[in-house]
Design a protein around this ligand. Structure first.
Ligand code: M6R
Length: 361
């Protein structure tokens, strides 16, 4: 049931404040973190995160968190590559498999591959009865509710929330987060439903920009730090449902090749909260503008003020304390893909050639 929305994807995007609220109520109750008592990261030597598609990008964001908050060596890979490259595994390592459906063949095969070679396997899944949930030592549900649209939206932000909770737990267990930092991070996560609601209010602005983006042949997405995987996710979402060619890059990589693509017909979406990397991203953005590229800057109030003039368009998100801005940046990225697909008249919920759950390798 689409609950009055035109598409399941629109409904699922709009549900994010409420499902994030559900996941928060479960994993971050009033008194801190609610994770199984024996989930102790103290002696964990390294973490290996494996997934496909959007779930892989959630892992790519989480890598920044595990490293920054917990000092935990963290490796990520797409499931279809992981198993075939003889990844060194440690008996004191843990492996985490992230999957909305819990049935993705490559991810399931990767889970079976590591069994017996790591100390523990965790599944971060939306379907608690799925194969991946059943076969992992411990399954953590993301509580996003049924996701019907082929393009994953609410599952992505809920995956990020559960991975953020794990990273905080790891930071505490490993003595890397003092009480003040821990409390501040919990507060940021608690504020997410409200922040995501504010981001959703950008829908009419994004719809207007999408009419223009729909005319493009190519679109680039740029981000730095934990926003880099969001640039990849933005490009995937746009390709998947609007069939426009899109690529995501780390902002600093632009000058190593992709800048050759820039001309006045290429929209460049820059995801840049006003964080410690902001100035560097602004100079990358200026390189684009100097070549007539059409920059859509997604930032917060301080970022937009500091960036100055010359962008094609901008979107103002609420301020989000580092390092959790990616969760809020997911919203404009999803809405831009959605409205661009609408402008192009493609089948948003059932894009061509794709299935909701990919059960072949
Ligand atoms: O069910 P899973 O999370 O394991 O699915 C993984 C990918 O197939 C999935 O995220 C895919 O990339 C989405 N259609 C992206 O929107």
């Amino acid at each position: 049931d689409k609950a009055g929305y035109k598409h399941f994807m629109a409904k699922e995007i709009a549900q994010q404040p409420s499902v994030l609220g559900d996941a928060l109520a479960h994993y971050l109750p009033e008194d801190g973190l609610n994770l199984p008592a024996d989930l102790d990261f103290t002696g964990v030597e390294r973490l290996t995160l494996v997934a496909c598609g959007t779930a892989h990008y959630a892992c790519a964001v989480a890598k920044y968190w595990f490293e920054a908050l917990a000092g935990l060596p963290c490796e990520i890979d797409v499931a279809s590559e992981f198993r075939y490259r003889a990844p060194p595994l440690s008996e004191r390592g843990w492996a985490v498999f992230v999957s909305q459906s819990g049935e993705t063949a490559d991810t399931l095969a990767a889970l079976r591959h590591v069994k017996g070679q790591v100390a523990r396997t965790l599944a971060v899944v939306n379907v608690p009865t799925s194969s991946i949930a059943r076969e992992a030592d411990l399954a953590l549900p993301i509580l996003a509710g049924v996701e019907v649209g082929v393009a994953s939206t609410k599952a992505f932000t809920c995956q990020l929330l559960v991975l953020a909770a794990l990273a905080l737990k790891a930071g505490r267990d490993r003595g890397r987060l003092d009480d003040a930092a821990y409390a501040a991070h919990l507060e940021t996560l608690q504020a997410l439903p409200g922040l995501v609601n504010q981001a959703l209010a950008l829908a009419p602005e994004i719809e207007a920009l999408a009419a223009e983006v729909a005319r493009a042949q190519d679109v680039l997405f740029l981000g730095r730090g934990p926003l880099y995987p969001l640039a990849l996710e933005g490009a995937l979402k746009l390709k998947e449902i609007s069939y426009i060619h899109a690529e995501g890059y780390a902002s600093g990589e632009l000058k190593h090749g992709p800048i050759a693509l820039i001309d006045r017909d290429v929209p460049v979406v820059v995801l840049a909260p006003h964080d410690r990397l902001f100035d560097k991203t602004v100079s990358n953005m200026q390189e684009v503008m100097a070549r007539q590229g059409k920059v859509l800057l997604v930032s917060d109030g301080p970022g937009l003020r500091a960036a100055g003039a010359g962008t094609w368009a901008s979107l103002r998100l609420p301020e989000v304390a580092e390092p959790f801005a990616p969760i809020v940046h997911a919203i404009p990225v999803q809405l831009l893909a959605y409205y661009t697909a609408i402008a192009k008249g493609t089948d948003v919920d059932q894009p061509r050639n794709l299935a909701k759950s990919v059960t072949v390798e």
